[in-house]
Design a protein around this ligand. Sequence first.
Ligand SMILES: *Cc1c(COP(=O)(O)O)cnc(C)c1O
Ligand code: SF4
Length: 337
Amino acid sequence: MMEDGFLEPQRALTAVSDFVAEGLADGAESAALDAVAAEFKLRMTPAMRGAVRRAGDPVAAQFVPDAREMHPGLTHRYPDRVILHTTHSCEVYCRFCFRREVVGEDGPLPAADLEAALDYIAATPAIWEVILTGGDPMTLSPRRLRAIMDRLSAIPHVDVVRLHTRVPVVAPEKVTEALVAAITAKSGGRPVIYVVVHTNHAQELTDAARAALARLAGAGIPLLSQSVLLRGINDSVAALEDLFRSLIRNRVTPYYLHHCDLAKGTAHFRTTIAEGQALMAALRGRLSGICLPTYVLDIPGGHGKVPIGAGYLEPEGAGWQVTDWQGRTHRYDDPAR
Ligand SMILES: *Cc1c(COP(=O)(O)O)cnc(C)c1O
Ligand code: SF4
């Protein structure tokens, strides 16, 4: 068969270069595909090559390697950032955890998987930011963390490394000098390191937790927070106000308030979205803008996170109706151009 000018090959395709030569894989992705091939065998018979009508069609998609196959420890959903699941362990196991089916399983990512993930990051120039999560990356030893940070620092296109952790709050004694040194940029200030602290209630911010946050902030590490909106825990204006003000007092900028995920056995923690929006609307105006995180929903099915805060703007005729922080509405028209 000579469809699309492809020559029917006489032998099976077994290497990335074979797939590239056949026009089935993109040569620009060779490095990332080599990482896939290092992990998983490739083989496509002449019969199946002959059945392909065009690159990416239903036959091709079954046999052509794809960078998305990588890696056990990697989630690459958005083009510019990737999540590296460094470990399954946490210092606490939260009852509402959205990853509760995988956390606590078998500790750190196996060395071979970590290597493969780092190779993939190095081979994918679009990756600007690497997010270390888990489990909780701060449960790793300082030595292990330093090794990961060193590898990431050597990748020129990685400008930001972000750690998502609950350790500074739930096990503040683990934020030692060695741990802080392990995650501090060595020289030249790159990559920039951000720590995103997961905390849900001001009562978690004990003296020891505040001291741990001060050690991180004192080392020049920008601190953000993420919280989960939880029924009976922080679903009141007073609880959220206290939490967000306490965070700012400790040099932590509130980043995300997550709507509670649909994880199994967590229904008793979940509010409705309307309740979350009402809380955010009540906080707007009452609380300094720097205290207010973005209320987000992780759309079930892996479709990403979106802001779901109260709408302040509605189309009205040729213009807009805007709602102010006290709930009064106003008309706004874009000036004629
Ligand atoms: C949340 C998330 C990120 C990070 O998103 P930001 O909006 O940049 O904080 C990246 N990848 C996946 C898969 C995520 O769920
Ligand atoms: S610390 Fe985070 S990942 Fe670990 S159990 Fe709690 S919510 Fe889940």
